[in-house]
Design a protein around this ligand. Structure first.
Ligand code: AMP
Length: 303
């Protein structure tokens, strides 16, 4: 899954990105974090960015595009990433499109966190107070003056991205004024609706023994059970579709589709059962052969 979090400073992008990382096991790529690390390490990029960042301006597009281009190629970003703070300008968004195209990667969604500007200053103040409490170093650009400049940069250079991505049907806007966990849930719902994440399976735990069934064989039978369950569900939906009054063309299609799915699932169930049976039979034959061989050897030894 590859997503972009869009929103002004203090909108909660960083917080949400971290929660999404925990939930989906993908990486957070924050250009702000990477630039701060470069500044701290005194690299050429850091030296270039230091003054600009301290004043609340934007680091040149080619610098951040270069950073992101390298970063998304790293193995930990293979399963997906959340871009936090990038892109921030239309040229950056265009460069990202090119990059992804070149690397055969697809962007799943752009999530915009919409917030009241009046709330941003107090949010940043709270963030600063919490960082001080934890004994963490406070960001140089987290002052009311610099925040005003960062907000102005957002309005003039980043806000046009809302139009850019909504034109490309990638934009989802979420109310960032809700409580943190509500925002997370809303993002999750949106990702589900877009098909970017799989719905959570509420499956029962395997290994439950029934009578004499051993936990291991129960686990082995799982594919067969799963397929049988699928067949049942498909059959049910086929029945439901059949019952629907005056089926329209699409309903008929659905019936046919469901019938096909039921057939396929049935076949899969049969196959899985056969496979398990075959394996068990093979094992039994092997075991039997071994026992007989042992007996013969014992007898011979006795003689
Ligand atoms: P952030 O941590 O996202 O608030 O970023 C902190 C600062 O890093 C910004 O105010 C910019 O100076 C710089 N920065 C981060 N990301 C970008 C970007 N995509 N383009 C230009 N400058 C950036």
């Amino acid at each position: 899954m590859r997503i972009i979090l869009l929103g002004p400073p203090g909108s909660g992008k960083g917080t949400q990105a971290q929660l999404l990382v925990q939930r989906y096991g993908i990486v957070q790529l924050s250009t702000g974090e990477m630039l701060r690390a470069a500044v701290a390490a005194g690299t050429p990029v850091g030296l270039k960015a230091k003054e600009i960042m301290a004043s609340g301006g934007l680091v040149p597009d080619d610098v951040v595009v270069g950073i992101i281009s390298d970063r998304i190629e790293q193995p930990d970003a293979k399963h997906g990433f959340i871009l936090d703070g990038f892109p921030r300008t239309v040229p950056q968004a265009e460069a990202l499109d090119e990059l992804l195209k070149h690397k055969h990667m697809k962007l799943d969604a752009v999530i915009e966190l919409r917030v009241n500007e009046s709330a941003l200053l107090s949010r940043v103040e709270t963030r600063v107070a919490q960082m001080r409490e934890r004994g963490e170093e406070v960001r140089l650009d987290d002052t009311p003056e610099v925040l005003t400049k960062r907000l102005a940069s957002y309005r003039s250079q980043t806000e046009p991205l809302i139009h850019y991505y909504s034109e490309r049907r990638k934009l989802s806007t979420i109310d960032g004024m809700m409580a943190i966990d509500e925002v997370t849930r809303a993002i999750h719902r949106q990702l589900l609706a877009l098909g970017a994440v799989e719905p959570k399976t509420h499956g029962k735990t395997h290994g439950k023994t029934h009578g004499k069934t051993h936990a291991r064989s129960a686990a082995k039978a799982a594919p067969a059970k799963k397929a049988a369950k699928k067949a049942k569900a498909a059959k049910k939906s086929a029945k439901a579709a059949k019952k629907a009054p005056k089926p329209a063309k699409s309903a008929k299609k659905a019936v046919n589709g469901a019938k096909k799915a039921a057939k396929a699932a049935k076949k899969a169930a049969k196959k899985a059962v056969k496979k398990v049976a075959k394996k068990t039979a093979k094992k039994a034959v092997k075991k039997g052969a071994k026992k007989t061989a042992k007996k013969v050897t014992k007898k011979r030894a006795k003689r």
